[in-house]
Design a binder for this molecule. Structure first.
Ligand SMILES: [Mn+2]
Length: 324
């Protein structure tokens, strides 16, 4: 437990002990950390005999389906559940949870590690030095009786947000927390294989199709790629682009990756960088995220918008736009 957050830790553990009905929500486009932290907290609350439900207002990608109790995370709610407290995990603001926001009631607990978190809740435990929300959640929940499945879900979230302990957000506390998690008998190799080496064959073929159109600006060290709508909507793609981004980030000449994911009315643009701050780039373009991983929406679907955006990002990262 970090000393500077001791008040928040105490408030949250008291809330868990004293209240009985909880709702847990997280952001749309759920990633491994959103899923892992939600499942970890949900499992613990249920184990304590509490009434708890979890809601994410989006499709849950197939890669998460193997996690125990994943079916307990609802993706549709017909009415507002009666709860005594709501947890919002891994979300820098209320808008990030999409339509789940209408089911939220006070007191609200905000647990997150995004540096741009707007501290929107009654209790805010926001630590931007934490690798993941799952890491923070584990460091609260470890004072309660945890089982292997619960800890496995949290380890999955930590491993996902650090890219397998490789991204710049990996630090001493990340390894310390991981070591404490291993004490529960979880299997790091099994979780790593499920997370990183479990792309279905048909999905991998789509990644290769998309990746084969990658463009690069060698001087600016920026590579970019478009995922067309028909691939985005295909059942085999499952709107899970993390493995594709990781694949592209392996390009030696590319420090920064831009992935334009086509939706009907916009592009959702994901950024990854090995050394440059793409969090501030995304914020300048109306989005948000971390230093090394961020995203924003591009509402202009004209063909020229792609190259204009690449040029804008290039300038923001310190390079000249090229003319052609
Ligand atoms: Mn996260």
């Amino acid at each position: 437990m970090k000393a500077e957050y001791i008040v928040e830790y105490a408030k949250i553990t008291n809330l868990i002990r004293e209240k009985n009905k909880f709702l847990i929500v997280s952001h749309i486009y759920p990633d491994g950390d959103a899923i892992g932290s939600v499942l970890g907290l949900l499992n613990l609350l249920l184990r304590l005999g509490k009434t708890a439900s979890a809601y994410i207002a989006d499709r849950i990608p197939r890669q998460f389906q193997y996690l125990p109790n994943i079916e307990l995370i609802k993706t549709a709610l017909d009415r507002k559940p009666e709860v005594e407290a709501t947890f919002i995990l891994d979300s820098s603001n209320i808008e990030r949870v999409g339509s789940a926001s209408k089911f939220i009631s006070s007191p609200i607990v905000n647990i997150d590690h995004h540096p741009d978190n707007s501290l929107f809740a009654d209790i805010n435990l926001v630590d931007s030095t934490a690798s993941s929300t799952s890491e923070i959640v584990f460091n609260i929940l470890k004072y309660f009786p945890l089982d292997k499945d619960t800890v496995s879900a949290l380890y999955y979230g930590l491993l996902s947000d650090t890219g397998g302990f490789m991204y710049g957000n990996t630090n001493k506390l990340t390894f310390k927390t991981a070591l404490e998690m291993l004490e529960y008998g979880i299997s790091p190799a099994e979780i790593a294989y499920k997370l990183f080496y479990s792309t279905p064959y048909d999905t991998m073929r789509l990644y290769i199709e998309v990746a084969s159109s990658v463009k690069i600006d060698i001087d600016a060290k920026i590579a970019w790629c478009i995922v067309p709508l028909k691939i985005m909507e295909s059942d085999n793609f499952q709107n899970n682009t993390s493995p594709l981004l990781d694949m592209l980030l392996r390009i030696e000449e590319a420090d920064t990756i831009i992935l334009f994911k086509e939706h009907k009315d916009k592009y959702r643009v994901s950024l990854r960088s090995k050394t440059r701050d793409v969090g501030s780039v995304a914020r300048a373009l109306g989005g948000g995220g971390h230093r090394g991983a961020s995203a924003f929406d591009l509402l202009d679907k004209e063909e020229s918008a792609i190259i204009d955006t690449v040029n804008k990002i290039k300038v923001m990262l310190g390079g000249e736009p090229w003319t052609e």
